[in-house]
Design a protein around this ligand. Structure first.
Ligand code: SF4
Length: 279
């Protein structure tokens, strides 16, 4: 049985960077505490947990002598200040693509402009970005929520990094009806999700079975599974190689493998090695 990996799979740039930064802090002997789960992958969290990485839900839980980690989603400036006041060290692993959105929002607010952010209001990344323009920013999911907005002053429209391009541009277009001023539209969508989906789609037409490795609660992994199923009926979402049922591979000559943006390389290689061993 031939095992083929999708061209783009696994850790995105921001998640890989965050994990590297945590490992560096561990290497310096720090007691590392992440505000919120560093990554949405149970197995990787377990691995990091063995090195002493723990998760806190509020800055108040951090103690002097400990290192606080801001994960790739970023936080509000207020939360960052709280962490800096309590922790001995703060490792800011905010993804640079998210930092860019935060800066755009902050600059627009400083110029007394409104900011419309297209995304999920309860997503941590969105809560963080809004914190950079608290009195000037509005978060809406899509153009159906446009009526929630007041009349806008010189609005800037930006997006959550993981939303669909069409949702963003349709909403940005609708914002034009909410102002007499010109609208600045800055596409801040990151291509990691789309790249993984396109690579999986391309490979799924060439294989007899497909394994997507990722958490069952990871939305980008579930979406990857949907993409694979379009072309390959025998597509499965698994968290580890232990979930592979050899019966599913009867008569299979070529198997595709991809992984969500929070799935570490070691877990992917375990699956590839297992598939090669039973082929
Ligand atoms: S999905 Fe994109 S924006 Fe989000 S952490 Fe990964 S690289 Fe950064």
């Amino acid at each position: 049985m031939q095992v083929l990996l999708a061209n783009e799979y696994g850790f995105c740039f921001g998640v890989e960077r965050a994990v590297d930064m945590v490992e560096e802090a561990l290497g310096e002997g720090d007691t590392v505490r992440s505000l919120g789960p560093l990554i949405h992958n149970e197995q990787e969290m377990e691995r990091l947990g063995k090195y002493g990485v723990t998760t806190i839900s509020e800055p108040v839980q951090i103690k002097r002598g400990e290192t606080a980690v801001i994960r790739a989603h970023g936080v509000t400036p207020q939360v960052q200040q709280e962490l800096e006041a309590k922790a001995s060290k703060v490792v800011d692993a905010t993804c640079p693509f998210v930092t860019r959105v935060q800066r755009l929002a902050s600059r627009a607010a400083a110029a007394d402009r409104h900011v419309v952010i297209v995304g999920s209001p309860d997503h941590p990344e969105m809560i963080g970005v809004k914190g950079y323009a608290p009195d000037h920013a509005f978060i809406i999911r899509d153009e159906t929520e446009i009526d929630q907005l007041p009349r806008l002053k010189n609005p800037l429209v930006v997006s959550q990094t993981t939303i669909k391009l069409k949702t963003f541009f349709d909403t940005a277009e609708a914002v034009k009806n909410k102002t007499d001023d010109s609208v600045e539209i800055v596409n801040t969508i990151c291509s990691a999700t789309k790249d993984r989906q396109e690579s999986a789609r391309a490979l799924s037409g060439m294989v007899d079975a497909f394994y997507v490795i990722g958490g069952r609660h990871s939305s980008n992994s579930v979406k990857l599974l949907g993409v694979c199923k379009e072309n390959c009926e025998k597509s499965f979402l698994i968290e580890t190689e232990n979930e592979i049922d050899a019966d599913d591979l009867k008569g299979v000559k070529t198997v595709g493998v991809t992984a969500g943006a929070s799935t570490p390389e070691w877990l992917i290689q375990n699956v590839v090695k297992y598939l090669e061993s039973i082929g």
